[in-house]
Structures are given as structure tokens and as C-alpha cells.
Design a binder for this molecule. Sequence first.
Ligand code: ARG
Length: 256
Amino acid sequence: MKRTTKLLTMTLAAVMAACTLTACGGSSKGDALTFGTNAEFPPFEYVTSNGAIGEYDGIDMAIAKQIAEDNGMTAAVENMEFDSLLVALQNGQIDAVIAGMTATDERRETVDFSTPYYTATQVMIVKEDSDITSAADMADKKICVIQGYTGEVCVQDMGYTYEAFKKGTEAVMELTNGKCDVVVIDSATAQKYVSDNEGLKIVEDPSAFESEEYAIAVQKGNTELLDKINKTIEKMLADGTINELAVKYTEEATAE
Ligand code: ARG
């Protein structure tokens, strides 16, 4: 009995000491840097048995891990719906968002973005025998997008009707089942889906889809964290690490 009390007191003291060190405020749990993501986006983030951060792997997860490491912290991941990420960031539930997220002007109104680390574009995934060769050809087709992705915004701006899914894999399944004609999604992820599924191909239309830059989001005004993030990104861009990660994970990533 006495022993237990003593142990408890010691544990409490340790916890309190840890709290003083980290101020126990905000979302930083101990010395963890918490990244929000939506792990439905290979090769940037996906769930696997043995990932860079716990069960999470991909280009973004390797970058997140490096950012934490460079600052003497450990990286933690909160996996959630893509649509919830920026709200969770503003609430302080997470420290940063790394999710293959395109830095758009609209998002810049609510969050700050890091130095971009990857350039992508929207593409169209279609069946191999599809007659779609340009974005304009989607006019009378059944279009699938993923909810809240920039691809949805593009299709909306083109004035087309579409169906929105929660996950890329769901939209691609709809396509392979012949229930839709085209999926609009980011290029690297599209490539992954096409190599994982028989009978699909990618159609590009650079005149219709602008290039997009992926960046890490932090709370507006959090320059302290943003500076740390930028330092690591700039180092990883300069020494070719991000390129290497892109090659590695494009080969390895497995769509669920
Ligand atoms: N780049 C697109 C966007 O910013 C799609 C990102 C999806 N990322 C994800 N982790 N599910 O909207």
C-alpha cells in the first residue's frame, strides 16, 4: 500500500515536471509534434503495417518525421477526414497539416503555408477504352471527385455536375465498376491507382488544370513552427531527399 502511494507520488511528480517543461498547453503532447493528415492519399500518406510514423507511411510522413527529428521532437499523427483538417488545425487539436495539401488562396485565408515541397496537377483517370481526351470531353460524362479536394473545386468551376466520394479508392472503384466515366484527382495519386488497377489510364489536360503546390499548413501567425518546418523542407529539397522519397514511395506505396 505504502509502496503504491510512493510510486504514485513519483509518477505525479514526473508528470508535473514534464508539464512545466512543455507548458502542457496547446496540442503538443509532451515533446510530440502532432501532424494531422488524411491517410487515403498514396504515395503521400497511407496506412501500412510498419510505417515511418507508426502505421502511417508515405512521402509526407517521412517529411513530418524529419521535421520533428530536426527539432528534437517525435512526430505523432492524427488521421482524420480531409475536410476536417483545417478546422482541427484552427482548434489546436493538431500542430500542423501535412496531407498533400495544395496551397490555395482560399485556404490561405485561414491558415499559413510552408515553402512548397511538391508540384502536382489534376488529371483524369478513365477506362483504357474511354473516348475522353480533354477536360471538355467530360461535359456529358459521369464525373467522380473526392470531397474537399482541389479536384472537386476544378470540376465545380468548369460547371459540370459530379458525384463526390470520401476516398479516392471509392471513386476509383466506381470507375472500375463502370458506374462513372472519369475520376479527377491529383497526378501522383492517380498514377498509383492506375498501376494498382487493371484497365485504367490517365488523361492529362494542362490547359484545363493548373499546376498545384503542396505545402504544410500551420495556424495563422505561428511563425515559430513555420520557420522550423521551412528549414527542414528547404534542406530536404536542396539535398535531393524529397526527390528520393518521391521515387521510393511511388514504387512502394500500396493503395488499400
Ligand atoms: N491536393 C489536393 C487538395 O489539396 C488533394 C489532397 C488530398 N490529400 C489527402 N491526404 N487526402 O485538395
